[in-house]
Design a protein around this ligand. Structure first.
Ligand SMILES: [Zn+2]
Length: 267
C-alpha cells in the first residue's frame, strides 16, 4: 500500500493529474476508497454515543430486509464497483434523524428515523439507490479530496492520522456542512437511483416520493437533516421523473406489505 501510494505521488507529479473510469480527476485510488471506508466504519463502530448502531445479531429480521433490498439494487447490473466494494449496510438507532449516508468503498448507514418516516419500500429503495450511487460514482471521494486534500486523505488511508478520521466520519454523516455534495453529484446520484431501480421490481422513481415527503415536512415546519446536505428537492423531483420517463421504467409503486413488518422489526 505504501509503495503503491508513493508510486501514485510520483506519477501525479509527472503527469499532474489522474482520472477515474469516467474521466473525473481523482488522485485517490479505488483501493484507497476501500481503506478509507474501512477506517470510517471502524470509527463509527467505536463511537456508539454519536452512532448508536443497531446490533445485527439481535435484529436479524431488520438486517435481512435491508440486505435483500441492497442485493436487488446491486444485481441491477448497473453498479460498477459491485464486486470491489464491501456494500455493508448498518442501521443507526436514532429516531430523530431523517438521514442516510455512504462512505467511499460502500459502507452505507441508514437511520431508524428515516426508515420509520418513509411510507413504503419503494421510497427506501430510492434512497438506497441514491446512496449506493454516491459510493459507486465516487462522489464522497471527490468531495473529501476537495475539502481535505490528497495528502491528508492518504495519511488517513495509511492509518497515520487517526484524529482526522473522526472529522471525516462526522462530515460524511452530514454533521459538518463542509461535505455538501455538488449539485451535479446529487443529480447524478438521483439519476443512477432511477437506473438501478429500473432493473428491480420497485417503482423506479422511488426517490421522488421521498423528496415529495421531505417538501411536505419542510412545509410543516420540520426540516429533515437530509435537506441540509440535499438541497433543492423541488427541482430534483422534476429531474427524477424526467429520467424515469426518458428510460420508460415502471413508476407504479410495488409497495409490498413487508415494509410495515420491517418497520415493526425496529426497536
Ligand atoms: Zn446525496
Amino acid at each position: 500500500m505504501i509503495r503503491k501510494n508513493l508510486l501514485l505521488f510520483i506519477l501525479l507529479t509527472i503527469i499532474g493529474s489522474s482520472c477515474n473510469k469516467d474521466g473525473d480527476p481523482l488522485f485517490i485510488s479505488v483501493e484507497d476508497d476501500k481503506q478509507l471506508g474501512l477506517q470510517v466504519s471502524q470509527e463509527i463502530e467505536s463511537n456508539p454515543t454519536e452512532y448508536p448502531l443497531l446490533d445485527e445479531a439481535t435484529h436479524p429480521a431488520a438486517y435481512n430486509y435491508l440486505n435483500n433490498m441492497r442485493n436487488e439494487i446491486l444485481n441491477s447490473g448497473k453498479v460498477r464497483y459491485r464486486d470491489e466494494f464491501v456494500w455493508q449496510m448498518k442501521i443507526i438507532h436514532d429516531d430523530d434523524v431523517l438521514n442516510a449516508f455512504a462512505t467511499p468503498g460502500g459502507y452505507i448507514y441508514v437511520y431508524t428515523g428515516l426508515i420509520k418516516y418513509l411510507d413504503k419500500a419503494d421510497d427506501l429503495a430510492g434512497v438506497l439507490g441514491h446512496e449506493i450511487a454516491h459510493s459507486d460514482r465516487r462522489h464522497s471521494t471527490q468531495q473529501l479530496e476537495r475539502v481535505y486534500g490528497i495528502q491528508m486523505l492518504l495519511s488517513v488511508v495509511l492509518g497515520r492520522d487517526p484524529g482526522q478520521i473522526q472529522q471525516i466520519a462526522a462530515a460524511l454523516a452530514g454533521n459538518l456542512a463542509v461535505l455538501r455534495f455538488s449539485r451535479a453529484a446529487e443529480s447524478e446520484a438521483d439519476e443512477y437511483s432511477v437506473e438501478y431501480l429500473a432493473e428491480t421490481p420497485y417503482q423506479c422513481n422511488g426517490a421522488f416520493s421521498f423528496f415529495q415527503k421531505l417538501i411536505d415536512s419542510k412545509q410543516a415546519g420540520r426540516t429533515p437533516t437530509f435537506l441540509s446536505t440535499h438541497p433543492d428537492p423541488e427541482d430534483r423531483i422534476g429531474e427524477i421523473n424526467a429520467k424515469a420517463q426518458e428510460i420508460g421504467c415502471s413508476i407504479v409503486p410495488l409497495d409490498p406489505p413487508s415494509y410495515q413488518d420491517f418497520k415493526n422489526s425496529l426497536p
